[in-house]
Design a protein around this ligand. Structure first.
Ligand code: PLP
Length: 452
């Protein structure tokens, strides 16, 4: 076993060492070689070393260098070295972290990480939390608690009675709500189409004055960090209006909640602590390995009521926190271990520096591209930059050219009718030199493509 695991560690280290000097996107040749793995299920066993070698030699070159310093697509963090190391160690522990009694070490580490995060975000100390796979599942979990809360106030026990015959819930979102929230609403039986969409401004912020009047069971979903522009909804006004009517306010803060961790951007999150629940990602800006997110709910009872299960053989009675009393899963890996390691290693100072650095790097991208004559479409308030290179076809051609050239990787988007390239800076590994190198390559490709 030792030899195999050391072999795997060596291969992983070589892979990471090579990220800086390879193209960010895999080559078409590397992708075409993946067909070597597309075979029928083997009947005979094979040597572990052979299996590992095949995986490394065929798959590693066909990966996208998301763990490297110049991947700026979607909103994707890398893995801080300590978080990858903690992930390996926790993998060896193989703890099914559902219950404290069976897995006290990982249950405690998760509890501590949860407390630290609540403090870091400036959220109510009594909040409960769930370590889940990402913001989609954290939105789902927090909205399950919201559904319980608003229906309980209407005298309906949703977990016991289900949605059939339940009082209808009004769900209010901003027009630029993230699609994963809509998916979560569908999964929760609240419908993907039964939404009231509140108009937003030119940057995507919900216009609080346009909120409809509210009555009966109501959930308002606000956003911290629009996936295109990075802007924030006006939480103070939204919470005041919603709470006057007894509504629940949930905030999707997949990456934007991290703005609360540094004085440089904390003002963007003003009023956010007045909400009732929050969702964030840990695999984005905290830079822990995939997949990792966190749901937070002010009223712990509502999250527990939505998530806890009981069965005779399950050791639920415990004076300690049972992780699975708060999550959709029963059997689960302890995602909080890498989170604890990141927080313990960076400290609040290191986190604040990382967030500030990425925001400064995003501003540098905007400045450099504007100076080269291209149009930045958004107010760069956080880590997101939207740039248009001209006509939609030109912009799309340049995005494809940048991806092919390989120095960096950015994706495309359409922002309020305008085709744009989206740059998202959220990796611990990105240095200022990486930004300059990427800018030079982007501008060079853009100039070449524009004359075609
Ligand atoms: C605002 C927002 N909400 C939710 C999500 C979904 O996150 P995940 O892919 O981690 O489930 C994203 C992803 O980019 C996002 O930006």
């Amino acid at each position: 076993m030792r030899e195999l695991l050391e072999n795997a560690a060596q291969r992983a280290i070589s892979y990471l060492d090579g990220l800086d000097s390879r193209g960010v996107a895999p080559t078409p040749e590397a992708v075409s070689k993946l067909s070597m793995l597309d075979t029928s299920m083997p009947v005979e066993p094979d040597r572990d070393e052979t299996v590992l070698k095949l995986l490394d030699e065929v798959c590693s070159p066909a990966t996208t260098a998301m763990a490297g310093p110049r991947f700026f697509g979607f909103v994707i963090g890398g893995s801080l070295p300590i978080t990858l190391a903690a992930n390996w160690l926790a993998g060896a522990w193989d703890q099914n972290s559902a219950y404290y009694n069976a897995t006290p070490a990982t249950a405690l580490v998760e509890l501590v990480a949860l407390r630290w995060l609540i403090k870091l975000f400036g959220l109510p100390a009594e909040s409960a939390g769930a370590f889940v796979t990402g913001a989609t599942l954290s939105n789902f979990s927090a909205l399950a608690a919201a559904r319980h809360g608003v229906l309980q106030s209407a005298g309906w026990n949703i977990e016991a009675e289900g949605m059939f015959g339940a009082p209808p819930i009004t769900v209010i979102v901003g027009a630029e709500v993230h699609p994963s929230v809509i998916k979560s609403l569908g999964l929760l039986g609240m419908g993907r189409n039964r939404l009231i969409k509140v108009p937003v401004d030119g940057q995507g912020r919900m216009r609080a004055e346009a909120l409809p009047s509210m009555s009966g069971p109501t959930i308002v979903i606000a956003q911290a960090g629009n996936v295109n522009t990075g802007v924030f909804d006006p939480f103070t006004e939204i919470c005041e209006r919603a709470h006057e009517a007894g509504a629940w306010v949930h905030v999707d803060g997949a990456f934007g909640l991290w703005a609360a961790t540094t004085p440089a951007t904390a003002a963007l999150t003003q009023g956010i602590a007045k909400a009732d629940s929050w969702a964030t990602d840990l695999h984005k800006w905290l830079n822990v390995p995939y997949d990792s997110g966190l749901a937070l709910v002010r009223d712990a009872d509502t999250l527990r009521a939505a998530m806890a299960i009981t069965a005779e053989y399950l050791p639920t009675t415990s004076p300690f926190r049972n992780p699975s009393d708060y999550t959709p899963e029963l059997s689960r890996r302890a995602r909080g271990v890498e989170v604890w390691a990141a927080l313990r290693s960076l400290g609040s100072k290191g986190i604040s520096e990382m967030i500030e650095r990425n925001c400064r790097q995003a501003r540098r991208f905007a400045e450099g591209l504007e100076a080269a004559g291209y149009k930045v479409l958004n107010e760069v308030v956080l880590n997101q930059v939207l740039v248009s290179f001209g006509e939609p076809e030109t912009t799309n051609r340049i995005i494809a050219g940048i991806q092919k050239e390989g120095t960096s990787w950015c994706g495309g988007t359409v922002w309020q009718g305008q085709t744009a390239m989206r740059i998202s800076v959220s990796s611990w590994a990105t240095t200022d030199a990486d930004v300059e190198k990427s800018l030079d390559a982007m501008i060079c490709v853009a100039k070449e493509e524009r004359v075609k």
